[in-house]
Design a protein around this ligand. Structure first.
Ligand SMILES: [Zn+2]
Length: 670
């Protein structure tokens, strides 16, 4: 019997035939795909012909097609719709994959061919894109340890394999802790909660098979509970459970895993000749050095902390007026901030929510993409991996551009957070390949599904990443779409959030779920005016996380990361009622993989750029200025990693980004 993952996908848009694939197909498909990729690599490395760009770099680009298919299908379902079988497979696959890619990057014969090309690069008559791919291939191999010999080489392989295993364990422990905990609520405990939060609590109870409403650790359920529940004791219980994810002792505790990961990363950087893991990691980023990152974060920290300290006093006073003595605690902040928001801005999240229907917000994201880039979206019916998934064909002037998939609702089988991934990336080599892009979110279900303003921003954010993939226009897949420096990749996504805040967009798409009335002008003004509300809190919890991440990867790895974390926060003087947005035991950005390690700052680095980039539209003809839109597509959204990020940015903006717009945007400017 043929494995459906490995066949030609004769499906609409050549999407994976999800309805024909069962979990038992993954392991044999992976075996076969790995074997095929190994053979392709061996043929390239042992080619008797002298190295050429075509027989080495292009051959590497073309290799691994079957493996791409297996991994794109498997990681899509393992992240968005897991089950015990898929979790077991992931535990089995991750060290094997790490070993496989480590074998390639430590293949000496292959490295010699690439190094030979690199030495002769000026004689090869390469296009700029080819020269870039050669540079990245060479640098990637060197950084992965290809130039290492003997014991150092052996040790590097062990470290990489162990790190992959630890990253998977970290994620699975976190998922287990998030799934395990819930708090049953009596009908009386629902007092003070808006309808959407009550509905979500009841739906969560039904999903858990509990008779009655519950609070879970899903962000879309616990955050509204902390915002609206007047029951301080219940808020404390829920908050402490949320904060304790990954630190509950027993089999799912992540603290020792974090310590081991940090020690191994330091060892890895030392083997490659770097002072620290942060130095190694930042070499390929737009920021380049730990000092430049720290300078940026500290420039934001002081004004943010000053704002948060002042806000804490106001909130404490409100609490004391309620007859509650003692200090404002982390489980009090959101509740009093929400009441203050109501009192001062009268922006009632619960009243706002009926105006933010998921379907209309999807339409809004599509409409902006249509006005900016001429994209059109047509819903299509395809068998996908879960009935909640929806698909749209994306076209421009009748030409196929991409397939876009949205998987928007929270469920127990989905890991938390929101993300965008390409099930297939755009490329022209070895043949034309149109992208298939998916956005996965964790919005609460409802009839109709309603979003918080944060949720709506998340939807636009992930759609910005999707545009970066869908509008990609490069030759080689390795530099396609979001394959850019980590501190550049959030620019398209964070920039796209600005279009949600364009008044005419909210006027058209924020219509009441029951009455169909557009959002009243007064509410609209408040939404837009509230953009800087509680920014002290949000900036402090984020920057604290980013500074801890950076410090963890500079100098010696801490033997006890929890103690080091406490020390850093104390030195910073973090306000008592604010904690890190992601504390170490559940800081998946940093520990689930290498992606954001000493890179969590990059969201803010990108925010410097997104504020500055959106200002370029405002300075021109407004949010939909066609020339700016065209420049954005040409120099950033279509360009992938074809050039250094500062070159791309300068081509779009005419200069490098400036930090002032960020402080102004957050309402933190002096
Ligand atoms: Zn993002």
């Amino acid at each position: 019997m043929t494995n459906p993952i490995l066949t030609d996908w004769n499906t609409p848009f050549q999407i994976a035939p999800f309805d024909a694939i069962s979990d038992s197909d993954f392991a044999p498909a992976l075996d076969s795909a790995l074997e095929q990729h190994r053979a392709e690599i061996a043929a390239i490395a042992e080619n008797p012909e002298p190295a050429s760009f075509a027989n080495t770099v292009e051959a590497l680009e073309a290799a691994g097609e079957a493996l791409d298919k297996v991994l794109s299908v498997f990681f899509t379902v393992a992240g968005a719709d897991s089950n015990p079988d898929r979790e077991a497979l992931q535990r089995e696959f991750s060290p094997r994959l790490a070993a496989h890619f480590s074998d390639i990057s430590s293949n000496k014969a292959l490295f010699r061919r690439v190094a030979d090309l690199w030495a002769r690069k000026d004689e090869l008559a390469l296009t700029p894109e080819q020269a870039r791919v050669l540079m990245l291939t060479h640098r990637g191999l060197v950084r992965a340890g290809a130039a290492l010999e003997g014991d150092a080489d052996t040790r590097m392989k062990e470290i990489k394999s162990r790190l992959a295993t630890l990253g998977t364990e970290f994620t699975q422990n976190l998922l287990a802790d998030e799934r395990e905990w819930y708090m049953e609520l009596s009908e009386a405990d629902l007092d003070g909660l808006p309808k959407f939060a009550v509905d979500a609590a009841r739906a969560a109870g039904r999903e858990k098979g509990v008779d009655g409403p519950i609070v879970t650790l899903s962000r879309s359920i616990i955050v509204p509970f902390l915002q609206f529940s007047p029951r301080r004791d219940l808020r404390e219980r829920a908050y402490e459970a949320w904060a304790a994810r990954g630190a509950n002792g027993g089999a799912t505790d992540n603290r020792d895993i974090a310590a081991e990961i940090l020690a191994l990363r330091q060892e890895r950087a030392a083997l490659l000749g770097y002072d620290s893991f942060a130095d190694y990691k930042l070499e390929t980023e737009m920021a380049r050095t730990p000092d430049r990152v720290r300078d940026l974060l500290m420039a934001v920290w002081e004004p943010a902390k000053a704002r948060a300290d002042a806000d804490a006093e106001v909130l404490s006073q409100m609490m004391h007026n309620d007859g509650i003595n003692g200090a404002l605690e982390p489980w009090d902040w959101r509740y009093y901030a929400e009441r203050r928001r109501k009192a001062e801005h009268d922006l009632d999240e619960a009243a706002l929510k009926p105006y933010l229907q998921l379907d209309r917000m999807i339409d809004a994201a599509f409409s902006c993409a249509n006005r900016l880039f001429g994209l059109e979206f047509r819903a299509v019916n395809l068998p996908l991996y879960h009935p909640d998934c929806r698909a749209w064909e994306v076209t421009r002037e009748g030409e196929h551009v991409a397939l876009f998939i949205g998987d928007y609702f929270a469920r127990g089988s989905k890991r938390s957070g929101a993300w965008c991934s390409a099930m297939r990336s755009q490329a022209r080599f070895p043949r034309e390949q149109a992208p298939i892009v998916i956005n996965v979110c964790n919005f609460a279900k409802g009839e109709p599904a309603l979003l918080s303003y944060d949720d709506a921003r998340t939807l636009f954010h992930e759609f910005g990443h999707a545009l970066h993939q869908m509008l990609s226009d490069v030759t080689y897949e390795s530099i396609s779409g979001t394959s850019v420096a980590r501190d550049f990749v959030e620019l398209p996504s964070q920039l796209y959030e600005h279009w949600l805040e364009v008044p005419e967009v909210l006027r058209e798409f924020a219509v009441h779920a029951e009455t169909g009335e557009p959002m009243p002008a007064e509410m609209l003004d408040k939404v837009l005016g509230a953009a800087t509300f509680d920014m002290g809190f949000q900036t402090v919890e984020y920057v604290a996380s980013a500074l801890v991440d950076l410090a963890f990867h500079e100098g010696d790895a801490p033997a006890d990361p929890m103690a080091r974390q406490a020390e850093i926060l104390q030195d910073l003087g973090i306000p008592h009622a604010i904690r890190m947005r992601h504390a170490t035991p559940h800081f998946a950005h940093v520990f689930a993989g290498d992606g954001y390690s000493s890179g969590y700052y990059s969201y803010m680095w990108s925010e410097v750029m997104d504020a500055d980039a959106f200002a370029a539209f405002e300075e021109a003809g407004g949010a939909f200025d066609p020339e700016r839109a065209q420049a954005l597509e040409e120099h950033i959204l279509s360009a992938g990693g074809s050039q250094e990020p500062d070159v791309l940015y300068t081509a779009f903006r005419g200069r490098l980004p400036e930090v002032g717009a960020l402080l102004k945007g957050r309402g933190l400017a002096a």
